[in-house]
Structure formats: structure tokens, C-alpha cells
Design a binder for this molecule. Structure first.
Ligand SMILES: [Zn+2]
Length: 313
């Protein structure tokens, strides 16, 4: 199956495989949900393919990926909260065994979960890897790993997906984002985030209540929002994000920028909203949301936070 998006990364690996200039260790980095593990699998498939145009999809190695396991690929993932030194020692033992031909690929998922001891154990192998080994780490917090480890990795940064790419990815997962461009915009091009929003039954409900609150601006809609939030602490953060996205759109429109709106589907409502408020006030509202987020992290009373947000409309 063709990989959707991340073309520059895939082309560059294709090239390195052809030219036999692969590095021995890579770190795939990018926000959580962007598809690092899926890409790591695909790169492994490309490296292990014995056909011409990798991954050919037909050779024994390629087919083994569909049927559940390629002996040339070893995946290390955290079994507890952490990836422990024992797991890395097993990997090192395995690396010591030369393959009959071609490469052996090692994927360490969420590599930042390696304990410092595990990272130090891996370091020696990263310094002197056998020529047949390729180690691919995935991490959304690259910077949290030891600098000695990081300096021996080629960092490969995944890019957010376009709307078209996202549509295809979601379709493959049985989801449809047609007419829901705001979800794409809120997801920042990260498929995992978009899937979460699409699967989240409360998201549209929260969005509707926030829209009533902003666009009806009567006592009843304020009360509805207040009661909704009072009883459901778990949706508060999501509601703040939605509210902020509307304020940002309102700010853009009040400065005459019509492009790049998150909630493009509600442009008419936002236009009307903007006619009754000046840009400085909107900017203040955005600052207040940020402040409430910070204060909540520092143990602000939850109901007070709800009341403050409800006063913002
Ligand atoms: Zn193949």
C-alpha cells in the first residue's frame, strides 16, 4: 500500500537505499499522532525489500509485512512505563548476529522512554554499528534524550499533512473529514489528533454550545455554557481550544484577513460577531484564556475558572 504524504522523507530514503548511503541510525521526530511509527515501518519495509523499486510489494520480504512479521525487523517498545536496559541488551545481542544477506532493521518506538542506563547501553552500538544494521528511533520529545545519543542520530522531522493527504489517511481508517475543515485546522495537520476529534462525540456538542454562547450572546446561552462546563471538567480544555480558535478567527477577520480561518464554515457568524467588538477586546479575551489555562495549572478553583470564561462572551 502506498504511503500517503511525507514525500521528501520517503524519496530521500529511496535514494539512500539505491546509492547505498544509508546512515546507521535515524530519529523520526514530530508531534504525537503524526504517524512516526507507521513511517518507521514503511522505511523498514523499503530497506528490507529485495525488489527494484522499493518497496516493491511483491518480494518475500515485502509480503511478510502484510502477513505479520519480517525476521529482519525487530521492534522495541516500552513494556512498562520505560524502555529498560534489558530490552536494549537484547537488541544489542540480536545486532551481533549477522544476517544471511541484506540489512537488519531495528525500530525503537517512543525512544525517549529509554532510561538513561538504556540510552547509555545503546550508545556503544550507535558509535560502532555493524554495516548491516539500521536503527530507527521514533520520538515526539527528541530533546529529552541524552545529547550523546542524539548527536549520533540523523534527525528526520515529519511534516503536518495537507487537507488532501489527511482526507486519504482518514479514509483509509474508515473516517470522513469532508465538510469538516475546522477539524482539519484544529488538528494542525496531525492525523492522530484529527481522528481523536472525529471520534470524540463531545467535540461537536462542545462546539455547538460555544457557538451559541458567542453568537447568541444572551443570558440563556451563557447559563447553558456555565452549566455544561460546571458538570464536565473533562471537556474544559477542549472548550477553551474551541473558544480560542473562534477568537483568533475573529481577530483575523477584524484585521481584514479572510484566509486561514480555522472555523471557515462559520465565517458569517464570525463576521457579525466582529461588527460588535473591537480588535483590542478580542486580543484581551485570548490573553484571558491563556491566563485561565495557566492559573488552572496552578490550582485555581475550577468553578471560578468556569465563571471567568462565561463572563468572557
Ligand atoms: Zn519488495
Amino acid at each position: 500500500m502506498e504511503f500517503i504524504g511525507q514525500r521528501p522523507i520517503i524519496d530521500s530514503f529511496k535514494d539512500s537505499i539505491k546509492q547505498k548511503t544509508l546512515s546507521h541510525a535515524y530519529a523520526l521526530t514530530g508531534p504525537s499522532g503524526i504517524g512516526k511509527k507507521t513511517l518507521a515501518q514503511y522505511i523498514a519495509k523499503m530497506i528490507l525489500c529485495t525488489g527494484d523499486d522499493v518497496p516493491c510489494g511483491y518480494c518475500r520480504s515485502c509480503r511478510s509485512f502484510e502477513t505479520g512479521g519480517n525476521p529482519g525487523l525487530i521492534v522495541v517498545r516500552n513494556e512498562t512505563q520505560k524502555i529498560l536496559i534489558g530490552q536494549i541488551r537484547d537488541l544489542i545481542d540480536n545486532i551481533g548476529v549477522r544476517p544471511a544477506f541484506g540489512y537488519k532493521v531495528y525500530i525503537i518506538q517512543d525512544a525517549d522512554r529509554m532510561t538513561p542506563e538504556a540510552q547509555n547501553a545503546l550508545l556503544k552500538t550507535l558509535e560502532e554499528p555493524p554495516e548491516y544494521a539500521v536503527i530507527i528511533l521514533t520520538t515526539s520529545i527528541f530533546e529529552s534524550m541524552l545529547i550523546t545519543v542524539r548527536s549520533r542520530l540523523v534527525q528526520v522531522k515529519l511534516k503536518p499533512y495537507s487537507f488532501g493527504e489527511m482526507k486519504k489517511i482518514l479514509h483509509r481508517n474508515g473516517l470522513d473529514i469532508t465538510d469538516k475543515e475546522h477539524i482539519f485546522n484544529l488538528s494542525l495537520g496531525i492525523p492522530g489528533k484529527a481522528m481523536q476529534l472525529l471520534n470524540d462525540k463531545t467535540f461537536e456538542e462542545s462546539r455547538n454550545i460555544i457557538m451559541d454562547f458567542l453568537f447568541k450572546r444572551d443570558g440563556f446561552s451563557e447559563l447553558t455554557l456555565n452549566q455544561y462546563l460546571s458538570n464536565r471538567k473533562e471537556v474544559f480544555s477542549q472548550c477553551l481550544d474551541i473558544l480560542e480558535s473562534f477568537y483568533r478567527d475573529a481577530l483575523l477577520i477584524s484585521f481584514g484577513v479572510g484566509d486561514g480561518l480555522i472555523n471557515y464554515d462559520k465565517k458569517d457568524n464570525i463576521l457579525e460577531y466582529v461588527s460588535g467588538i473591537n480588535p483590542g477586546e478580542i486580543a484581551n479575551k485570548i490573553n484571558n484564556i491563556q491566563k485561565i489555562r495557566d492559573d488552572l495549572r496552578h490550582n485555581m478553583n475550577y468553578q471560578l475558572a468556569v465563571d471567568l470564561i462565561t463572563l468572557e462572551g
